[in-house]
Write a protein that binds this ligand. Structure first.
Ligand SMILES: *Cc1c(COP(=O)(O)O)cnc(C)c1O
Length: 397
């Protein structure tokens, strides 16, 4: 019988003991709502906001209920109007086009290249053709495009950049943290991202007006002075009357779980990258497998890994999924016609006007993806990558 991996691709590490103790203390207090505070108390959520702001190196930080809500609030804070065109990646996860649609925008999808980054030539063409004033840039699967060039293009065209950092919390381009390039950045602390509170997210910005608008949008009522990393009171003079409440506040329980995890984040990034590098090292030895190039300017966070099988037919891709699964290796394939479990194909976003993306379709047709939870050891990673190599060799015979 062939070798088999027996671990789980969806098993995260346990929540650290310190986080469990902090969560129990919040439960014992009974004060779970972020504004349910004693007069001089700085709550868990406000403390988390200050700590994440300092770690990220932004001026302001707001904690919210999810990454998807952060995206919607960011678009609203940038004054999106119904019918406005918003540029975004042709390959990303459904919360991104979903956020654009939910706030009444029209997604204009931009092609990606073989290394899964936004195609900047196509971006320039689509800025010109659509007249869009906003780009919701998704750093899909942690792959940053040339951020210096991207900002030049967008600044020259007057396009506001919102960064979706759901997969790049901790990543950098040319020494600058992902999230500090655009006007606003959005992060997720959903279970499969880089910190785990079940659901949750952050929005960061350096612009006081955007921070104030986002805070009111999140449902702060007139309690915005109880925030940990918000702007001065004057910034709220107009937004407090103008911004609709979207009720997307983070609660004290999740914040209590996240603070100890933030303290471990840098160490965890190194652990992810050790796993990523091991899988990549083994996969590179197989001629049929095309790994994704990581540019020298990028500090990557390898919480998942992607590879392509150029020349494989749909049937061969399906056979790869099945025979990897028989070896205990859970792969995702982005070329399937019907969405299974997740929706990253623009063909299944029927709430977005249909668009022709021949390059993105060609690349996704043989694109595979695999999670790398920290519950895997480096030896697990060696075995998993060897099993993928065996699978590909078997299918291509
Ligand atoms: C997970 C994710 C989000 C937001 O996720 P939530 O589940 O709403 O926290 C946004 N963009 C991408 C690319 C994602 O994978």
């Amino acid at each position: 019988m062939a070798r088999r991996f027996t671990g789980s691709f969806t098993q995260q590490e346990a929540i650290p003991t310190g986080a469990i103790d902090a969560a129990v203390a919040v439960l014992q207090s009974g004060r779970l709502h972020r504004y349910n505070l004693a007069p001089d108390e700085i709550g868990e959520v406000a403390q988390l906001e200050s700590e994440f702001r300092d770690w990220q190196g932004s001026a302001y930080c707001l904690a919210v209920t999810s990454g998807g809500q952060a995206l919607q609030i960011a678009l609203r804070a940038c004054d999106i109007e119904p019918g406005d065109a918003v540029l975004t990646n042709g390959f990303t996860l459904a919360p991104v086009p979903g956020a654009i649609r939910a706030v009444g925008g029209k997604a204009v999808l931009v092609e990606i290249d073989e290394n899964l980054r936004l195609d900047l030539g196509d971006l320039e063409r689509k800025i010109a053709a659509s007249g869009a004033r906003m780009l919701l840039l998704s750093h899909m699967r942690g792959h940053l495009c040339d951020m210096d060039r991207l900002m030049e293009i967008c600044d020259a065209a007057g396009v506001t950049v919102i960064e979706d950092c759901a997969h790049t919390m901790g990543a950098q381009w040319n020494g600058k943290r992902s999230g500090n390039f655009g006007k606003i950045a959005c992060f997720s602390t959903q279970t499969y991202k880089h910190m785990n509170s079940g659901e949750g997210g952050f929005l960061t910005t350096d612009i006081p007006d955007f921070a104030a608008r986002a805070t009111i949008l999140s449902g702060s009522y007139m309690l915005y002075n109880r925030h940990g990393a918000g702007p001065e009171a004057e910034a709220f003079d107009l937004p407090r009357y103008d911004m609709p409440n979207c009720s997307a506040r983070m609660d004290a329980l999740r914040a209590a779980i996240l603070r100890p995890q933030l303290a471990q984040l840098d160490a965890n990034i190194d652990r992810w990258n050790a796993r990523y590098q091991e899988v990549e090292r083994v996969l590179r030895a197989y001629a049929r497998i095309a790994t994704i190039a990581l540019p020298a300017q990028e500090v990557h966070v390898g919480s998942s890994i992607q590879f392509r099988l150029p020349g494989f037919s749909d049937d061969q891709c399906r056979a790869t999924l099945a025979s990897a699964a028989a070896r205990g290796v859970e792969l995702k394939w982005f070329g399937g016609k019907e969405p299974h479990g997740f929706t990253s194909s623009h063909h299944s976003w029927r709430y977005v006007a249909g668009q022709s993306l021949p390059e993105t379709d060609r690349i996704m047709a043989t694109l595979f993806d695999m999670r790398l939870p920290l519950s895997f050891s480096e030896a697990d990673c060696t075995l998993i990558a060897e099993l993928i190599g065996e699978t590909v060799a078997e299918v291509s015979q």
